[in-house]
Design a protein around this ligand. Structure first.
Ligand SMILES: Nc1ncnc2c1ncn2[C@@H]1O[C@H](COP(=O)(O)OP(=O)(O)O)[C@@H](O)[C@H]1O
Ligand SMILES: [Mg+2]
Length: 271
């Protein structure tokens, strides 16, 4: 059995793709067999791994519409243990297409696709689009774990109730196995009081949903017992080199934080 982790939040720019790519890479470096599924038409996870849109013919769209199996669209990456299901802007119309064709149980397509390759991987990590539509419901239906990145900025918790409500509905109707693994504070800046405020708010409401750090974290402030992704320029730079941060600057604070997250998941599997 593999752990299937959805990285979701309907807000854009909160660190979903950065988390999906770098968590996947950190687990792969720890010699786990990992499949990263890019399910966002923006295809940022695909390009962040240095895979150019002209270098592959088929992508997740073809699997969604049933013209390819998932195994037929899987690509190798720079890391031997990390495979990728790429995405492409062509995925943008998928929700309307599935709706127009009146496909039955269209929220369960991804689950069916994953079932066929699941036993090849220890971890399957799915990057989501910034929306709560059919694609995200497919992702939540296929996953057994959910990580919600929360950007430590203005309005961080806005929209969270809506996401949690969608999660509850999915749990009650199609996927009782879905478990919220945790909220992951991202782009945390020690220089910024607002960051601190968002973290403290999150801690006040959801302390049980934060990832605990096994060792004291890098920072010696109120975040030190929790896994918090710092705002770190190395994380923002590494995609332009087509690499996860662990292959770009493994000792940077951003890379260390994602390795801590990977370690936390390895220590306490959810399968
Ligand atoms: N911890 C971080 N520190 C610095 N920049 C970051 C961090 N996390 C993400 N970014 C940058 O912020 C932008 C949005 O992040 P991204 O992961 O693409 O968000 P999403 O997938 O939720 O839209 C990207 O340019 C990314 O490189
Ligand atoms: Mg993204």
């Amino acid at each position: 059995m593999s752990e299937i982790i959805a990285i979701a939040n309907q807000k854009g720019g909160v660190g979903k793709t950065t988390t999906a790519v770098n968590l996947a890479a950190s687990l792969a470096v720890a010699e786990k067999k990992v499949l990263l599924i890019d399910a966002d038409p923006q295809a940022n996870a695909t390009t962040n791994l240095g895979i150019h849109r002209n270098s592959f013919e088929y992508n997740i769209y073809h699997a969604f519409i049933g013209s390819k199996k998932l195994s037929e669209v899987i690509l190798d990456t720079n890391l031997p243990h990390l495979h990728l299901v790429p995405s492409n802007i062509g995925l943008v119309g998928i929700e309307k297409e599935l709706h127009d064709k009146k496909i039955e149980h269209r929220e369960l397509i991804l689950k069916g696709l994953i079932a066929e390759i699941e036993n090849r991987y220890d971890y399957i990590i799915i990057d989501s689009p910034p929306a709560l539509g059919t694609t995200t419901v497919n992702i939540l239906s296929a996953a057994n774990s959910l990580i919600i990145p929360i950007q430590c900025e203005f309005f961080a918790l806005e929209g969270l109730a809506q996401l949690l409500n969608t999660v509850k509905i999915v749990q009650k109707t199609i996927n009782p196995k879905l478990r919220i693994r945790g909220f992951l504070p991202t782009m945390y800046s020690t220089q910024n009081n607002l960051s601190k405020q968002v973290f403290l708010d999150l801690k006040r409401h959801f302390v049980d949903r934060l990832f605990k750090n096994s060792e004291e974290g890098i920072s010696k402030d109120e975040t030190s017992s929790y896994i918090v992704i710092p705002r770190n320029v190395r994380l923002a730079e590494s995609p332009s080199f087509g690499k996860p941060v662990i292959l770009y600057d493994a000792k940077s604070p951003g890379s260390i934080a994602y390795q801590e997250l990977a370690y936390c998941l390895l220590k306490e599997p959810n399968v």
